[in-house]
Design a protein around this ligand. Structure first.
Ligand SMILES: Nc1nc2c([nH]c(=O)n2[C@H]2C[C@H](O)[C@@H](COP(=O)(O)OP(=O)(O)OP(=O)(O)O)O2)c(=O)[nH]1
Length: 150
């Protein structure tokens, strides 16, 4: 969907919403949650790794790039999780994809203040960014309800 806004001459111009992609990296029935370190308004809230899709970039390519930049991991991108989530009064849209780690890469918190692997029963123990709520709900059935391995 596109949004309409008037330009300086009073004509309507169409502007596509900015696409933000997130990766729900799942390993052993747990999803990787990342605590934002900035900006201050959302620091300490949890999200899926990802970011803005750059011009000319596909959504999976953007996710692969962001996972290297933020976590130093290589990932395979899978199916969409949940629906498109409109943010910022429709100026941006969040799209989350399932992902799995490749080559036994281990995520490093290069840009986040903390990382956690969450099972279905752990999902509500962190405060997610508000836009992530429908994604978290859609993710829950895909995760383990088992207690963590000892
Ligand atoms: N990565 C990510 N961003 C999310 C999620 N949920 C959510 O509301 N957002 C919002 C927070 C930010 O306003 C925006 C993503 O911006 P960002 O700053 O992480 O993106 P980026 O890495 O491309 O940013 P930049 O370096 O270009 O500034 O989307 C989520 O689960 N993952």
């Amino acid at each position: 969907m596109r949004t309409e806004r008037a330009n300086g001459g009073g004509n309507a111009v169409r502007r596509d919403p900015k696409v933000i992609v997130g990766a729900a990296i799942i390993r052993d029935g747990r999803v990787l949650a990342c605590a934002r370190s900035a900006p201050p308004e959302v620091a300490g809230m949890w999200e899926f790794p990802g970011g803005k899709v750059e011009p000319g970039e596909t959504e999976p390519a953007a996710l692969a790039r962001e996972c290297v930049e933020e976590l130093a991991v290589r990932v395979e991108i899978g199916a969409r999780i949940g629906r498109d989530v409109r943010m910022a009064h429709g100026r941006s849209v969040l799209k989350v994809y399932a992902a799995r780690l490749l080559h036994d890469d281990e995520p490093q918190p290069l840009e986040h203040s903390a990382l956690r692997w969450l099972s279905a029963t752990d999902l509500d123990t962190v405060t997610w960014l508000p836009a992530d709520a429908p994604i978290v709900a859609a993710l829950r059935p895909l995760l383990s309800t088992d207690p963590p391995p000892r």
